[in-house]
Design a protein around this ligand. Sequence first.
Ligand SMILES: O=C[C@H](O)COP(=O)(O)O
Length: 214
Amino acid sequence: MFVLVNLKAYPCDPVEVAEAARDVADASGVRIAVAPQAAHLDRVAATGVETWAQHVAPVAHGSHTGHTLAEAVADAGAEGTLLNHSEHRLKLADIDGALDAADRAGLETVVCANNPDQVGAAAALGPDAVAVEPPELIGGDVSVSTADPGIVEGAVAAASAVDPDVDVYCGAGVSTGEDLAAAADLGAEGVLLASGVAKADDPRAALEDLVSGV
Ligand SMILES: O=C[C@H](O)COP(=O)(O)O
């Protein structure tokens, strides 16, 4: 299982979370990555943890003030990027363009989607993975794998029907080892989570609990 921890714009210490994620990944053997704010990418990458961007823009080098350039996040140490997160939706053409930008920069890609229909459409664009997240469950206490297991199974089926090489992750409300195990049982190959770690009093303990059942 892949555990991708999105720090969003939460007021946590990105380096503290990154060091905890690095240590828990090393101790458990579970792949864990951290996606901080773009301005924190280099500090997070310097810890040695696998580092992801939260977004890249569908642009190349040039006159694009204020856009997040894929090559720049790669230079800062990112190995992958989220795209089309529920809190940063993109038009279809921009998802496609951002995937091209990420490919040019050598970044792994996860395209987020609300439901199985969107997962199928996202998979058709050729990302490395898709992540299904019901928006109404994001930031809540109940995991998607408990509240809506059918959406995870539906996402796995939808992606597989389009491109079996596209991995499927799920997210929203994931915070415990039980949630991770339930996601795996439903066919997900990873989880995307945020508040369960970024808002935890003890992010290290939260990460240790997450991987305890793997
Ligand atoms: O990027 C992460 C997802 O939106 C899930 O967020 P959450 O774990 O706070 O529900």
